[in-house]
Structures are given as structure tokens and as C-alpha cells.
Design a protein around this ligand. Structure first.
Ligand SMILES: Nc1ncnc2c1ncn2[C@@H]1O[C@H](COP(=O)(O)OP(=O)(O)OP(=O)(O)O)[C@@H](O)[C@H]1O
Length: 372
């Protein structure tokens, strides 16, 4: 590990995690012609009871990282140490046991809930798989508790997903995750498919549950505004790796990586005087394809602080710059102390997706202003 973990108890430790998807081509025999470097060397630690927010543009590898932690996607390399055990090497019964303790809540509850299953069946499925449904009465009690915990009436048990609103369906998704008594919940864009009016209710529910049950969360989002309120610490991801990590307040008040600065500068400020006077950093060009990441620092093709040396040749490590504040930029101190200033960037054109017709380039990724 290259970073110092604060003295709290660590529940999850990810070390140099890589997920590379092979790009296959060929009419008769599939030949691997390259790789999508979806996750390419991530180190992070999540403490018991905390909420870690993971943000970045669409296609930067957030979901793949979340899925790899839960072993829903195979790892190419690295470790996922959960409560002291490396789950990357687990198989069979051991893997099943570890999986019970790590659950996922998905972005779109409509597509993640089976429309043919009643809520009762959805909630008991995981319990059955993990042998938690031995006694009928205890199971019925547990189902009532679960529904109460997520704020749904008991009558929901006999209903089907289409009979609920988006917010209620997400409550079912959360209840399903809770049914097997997990310690860690990976919530992948848990509110982005919901109406703005309902988003706060679901965020509040997640917070209440965390307090009551002592849960640990990894919350994945493309929207920095959403994670700010819920997260204790935040990691910013760009093209497969973390570029900055800090506690939520530090990240917002003192962002050091140029990419984080650009993301934050795109969030509108309600005060019109502040809004008119503040600096807006517009990123040039689109996110390069993760099948052909740029050399050196992966952000250098769009970076307004790019320098003549190092940036396009040496990949910067995530290093600790202040207490618990890690940044992957060769010039973080110079940026922090104002010794170097941003300049206009002509984006180097990186053709996206020409290696990979199946995966394509990246879905509609525009400037930071469009992303947030
Ligand atoms: N099974 C797969 N096979 C090949 N490439 C994949 C696969 N899954 C994801 N990718 C590619 O890996 C990259 C990272 O995808 P990922 O979904 O993790 O990003 P993301 O940041 O979560 O984006 P989004 O918010 O759009 O889900 C993308 O280029 C994607 O096309």
C-alpha cells in the first residue's frame, strides 16, 4: 500500500486492483486485439461505518470497480481485502459467505428487480441462498422488520415491482440488500434514476440505516453534488484510477487535482454574484478511450495545468500531500501554492473506440459542465 490509513478500523482494502476487458475480433476464431483498461491500479481503504463516495465521468470505471470488489466481475490483478480476508482468491462456499456480507444496490431498481417476482419472493431469495430462512415465523418477522426499516407497508409483500413508484422500488432494492445482513453496501448511482424530489428521501433513508445498523457504504455517483452530502471521504476517478482522495470537506474546499477542480467548477453556485465571478474550468475534448489511455498522466490531454516535463511521460502515483489527502499529480504542490497557473488546452485528439467496435468509445461524455 502506498498510502497511510488513519487509525480507524478498516473494513475494506483494495490494493492495485485492475480489471482489463479483452477486446476480441475475428470471424471464425476470436482473437484478442487489445484491452479496455476499465480499472487500472486502484488503491483505497474504507473504514467501518463510513461512507466513501466514488465519483467520475461516465466510463471512468466506477461501476467496474464496485462490481470487482463484490467479485461480480473477475479481477485481472490486485487484492480486495474484506475484514482481513483477500476475497480475490476465494472460491465456492468461502466466496458465498463473503458475498453475503457485501451487497449491492443498483441504479435502476426497475431493471434490477425481477418483474415476475413478488416483493416477498425478492426479499427471501437472498435469505434462502444464504440459509437465513430456516424458521417460517422468524422469516415472516424479518420481512416485516425489513419493510418497516425502509418505510414500506406490510401489504407490499404480495405486490410486484411495477405496482410501486421509482422511489419505492429503490426502497425494495435496499431492503433486498439488507435482507442478508451485510456489513458493506456498494450503492451504484442509487438515486440518479429517481426524481429530484425523491432523491433526498432515499439518501436520508440510507443515512438512517447506516446509523441504526452500523453499515459501511461505497456510494458510486457521477455527480459530485450528490456524494458531498452523504460521504465522509471521496475518491475521484479518471480513466481507471483514482486521481484524488480526501475527506469530503477538504475535497470541496481545497481540491488539488486539476480534474477535481474542473468537476467542482462546473457545479453551479446559487448566489448569482459568486456565480458570475468564480473561475470556470472547461475541460477540452472528450474522455479518451480506456482502450487506448494516454501515456504518462492520463489526464494530461485535457489538463489546463499540464507542464512540459513529466506529464506526458510519467504516470503519477497517488501520494499523500496533506493528512488523509492523496493526489496523483506531479505538480500538486505547485498548483496548491499558486506557482503554476492554468492555461488553455488544445485537446490532443484521442480516437475513441476504433479498436473496439463492441465496446465502442465512451457514451456521450462531454465537458465537465455537461457531466454535472
Ligand atoms: N463487460 C465489459 N466488457 C468490455 N468492456 C466493458 C465491460 N464493462 C464495462 N466496460 C468498459 O469499461 C469502461 C468502464 O465502464 P464502467 O461502467 O465501469 O464505467 P462507469 O464509470 O461506471 O460509467 P457509467 O457511470 O456510465 O456506468 C467503459 O469503457 C466500458 O465500456
Amino acid at each position: 500500500m502506498t498510502h497511510t490509513v488513519p487509525a480507524q478500523e478498516v473494513l475494506l482494502e483494495v490494493e492495485d486492483l485492475k480489471v482489463h476487458f479483452p477486446i476480441k475480433r475475428g470471424i471464425v476464431v476470436d482473437k484478442t486485439v487489445g484491452h479496455v483498461f476499465a480499472v487500472d491500479g486502484v488503491d483505497l481503504a474504507i473504514h467501518k461505518g463510513e461512507t466513501y463516495g466514488l465519483v467520475g465521468e461516465s466510463g471512468c470505471g466506477k461501476s467496474t470497480l464496485g462490481r470487482a470488489i463484490l467479485r461480480l466481475t473477475e479481477l485481472t490483478a490486485g487484492k480486495v481485502v474484506f475484514d482481513g480476508t483477500d476475497v480475490a482468491g476465494l472460491k465456492g462456499e468461502e466466496l458465498r459467505k463473503a458475498r453475503r456480507r457485501m451487497q449491492m444496490v443498483f441504479q435502476d431498481p426497475m431493471s434490477s428487480l425481477d418483474p415476475r417476482q413478488s416483493v416477498e419472493s425478492i426479499l427471501t431469495e437472498g435469505m434462502k441462498a444464504h440459509g437465513l430462512d430456516k424458521d417460517k415465523e422468524a422469516t415472516a418477522k424479518r420481512l416485516r422488520e425489513l419493510l418497516a426499516a425502509v418505510g414500506l407497508p406490510e401489504s407490499s409483500l404480495r405486490k410486484y415491482p411495477h405496482e410501486f413508484s421509482g422511489g419505492q422500488r429503490q426502497r425494495i432494492g435496499i431492503a433486498r440488500a439488507l435482507a442478508v445482513e451485510p456489513d458493506l453496501i456498494v450503492a451504484d448511482e442509487p438515486v440518479s434514476a429517481l426524481d429530484v424530489s425523491v432523491q433526498a428521501q432515499v439518501v436520508n433513508l440510507l443515512e438512517d440505516l447506516q446509523e441504526k445498523l452500523g453499515l459501511t457504504y461505497l456510494v458510486i455517483a457521477h455527480d459530485l453534488a450528490v456524494v458531498r452530502h452523504i460521504s465522509d471521504r471521496i475518491g475521484v476517478m479518471y480513466l481507471g484510477s483514482l486521481v484524488e482522495e480526501a475527506d469530503a470537506d477538504t475535497l470541496y474546499e481545497n481540491p488539488l487535482h486539476p480534474y477535481t477542480r474542473a468537476l467542482l467548477s462546473a457545479i453551479p453556485v446559487p448566489d448569482p454574484t459568486v456565480e458570475d465571478s468564480r473561475e470556470q474550468i472547461l475541460l477540452a475534448g472528450d474522455l479518451p478511450s480506456p482502450a487506448r489511455p494516454p501515456s504518462g498522466c492520463r489526464f494530461h490531454t485535457r489538463c489546463p495545468w499540464k507542464q512540459q516535463s513529466l506529464c506526458d511521460t510519467d504516470r503519477p502515483q497517488l501520494r499523500e500531500i496533506g493528512a488523509g489527502h492523496r493526489v496523483a499529480c506531479h505538480y500538486a504542490e505547485d498548483i496548491r501554492d499558486g506557482r503554476i497557473k492554468p492555461h488553455a488546452v488544445e485537446a490532443e485528439l484521442v480516437e475513441a473506440g476504433d479498436l473496439n467496435p463492441d465496446v465502442g468509445g465512451l457514451p456521450d461524455v462531454g465537458s465537465a459542465a455537461e457531466i454535472l
